[in-house]
Design a protein around this ligand. Structure first.
Ligand SMILES: [Zn+2]
Length: 280
């Protein structure tokens, strides 16, 4: 038996009706040179003739990111390999939710690709409020506007995180760091919750800093590896100092925490990180 169709209206406790049994998702594509991609909805769809993001109902078994990417391709012909997902934010009504996936797309070509969309246009973020916007997108825009241009970098103190769990890592420090790297590669794909905002999650750039017997660990998809020749802590401070983005540092080392917090970084405890990795 197939899953019930996702393409239905939901009568929501907020008093409105929404589209999508499993909620809906949209893609906020950002091109630093051109702005954000808006779509003018065709006259015949719900909230027709208003401007909003490409998006639609989440199908059974589909992730919000998958739905946003599929809908954007169907409506604007931008393929999933033309952008990199950066963050997701959820507006949860209880009976229904909407996830906005923010992604970076440099140079992607958008065009009207199906009949649900009347026009697609790159718009300067400051000009967005001047458009006739879909009610829900207009309400969400002030928060989304703040996140345009934001990224998260997760810097991982390999020695400290590996050493946080007595699982025999001392017998093979290189192998233990490789296992951590492989788990981090899965985390790069799955995303991490925002430490301060439960409605937001990130697909971070991950930088694993290795030292000593683990210093020849190679990178993996989604995980950059930086090797410290001598002092791992100083290398981590150096890596943090050159980031433009918001930085989370996974370490429990007190002195290192003090040094990176002085640079504006936030701390993710190794225990919290390990729990997130265990859940993958
Ligand atoms: Zn609602």
């Amino acid at each position: 038996m197939s899953a019930p169709t996702a393409s239905v209206f939901v009568k929501c406790s907020c008093g409105h009706v929404h589209w999508g049994r499993y909620g809906a998702a949209g893609l906020l594509l950002v091109d630093p040179a051109r702005g954000v991609l808006l779509q003018r909805r065709a006259w015949w769809v719900h909230h027709g003739r208003t401007w909003a993001l490409p998006g639609g109902a989440i199908e059974a078994g589909e992730t919000a990111r998958g739905a946003a990417a599929r809908e954007a391709f169907e409506e604007t012909s931008i393929p999933a390999d033309a952008f990199r997902a950066v963050s997701a934010s959820v507006v949860d009504h209880g009976d229904w939710s909407y996830t906005t996936v923010l992604a970076l797309a440099e140079g992607a070509e958008a065009r009207v690709a199906n009949t649900e969309s009347a026009e697609v246009r790159w718009v300067d973020p400051d000009d967005v409020p001047g458009y006739r916007l879909h009610r829900d997108f207009a309400a969400a825009w002030p928060d989304l506007r703040e996140r345009v241009g934001q990224e998260l970098v997760l810097v991982v103190d390999a020695a400290n995180v590996v050493g946080s769990r007595p699982d025999g890592w001392w017998r093979d420090r290189h192998g233990a760091a490789e296992r951590l790297r492989d788990q981090l590669a899965k985390l790069a794909e799955a995303g991490v919750p925002d430490p301060g905002d439960p409605a937001v999650s990130w697909w971070p750039r991950i930088i694993l800093v290795v030292e000593g017997q683990a210093k020849h660990v190679t990178p993996a998809t989604g995980v950059e590896v930086v090797a410290a020749d001598t002092d791992g802590d100083s290398k981590i401070v150096e890596v943090v100092a050159r980031q433009q983005a918001r930085v989370l540092v996974a370490t429990a080392d007190r002195e290192l925490k003090r040094r990176v917090e002085a640079l504006g970084a936030e701390i993710l405890g190794p225990g919290t990180l390990r729990r997130q990795l265990d859940e993958l």
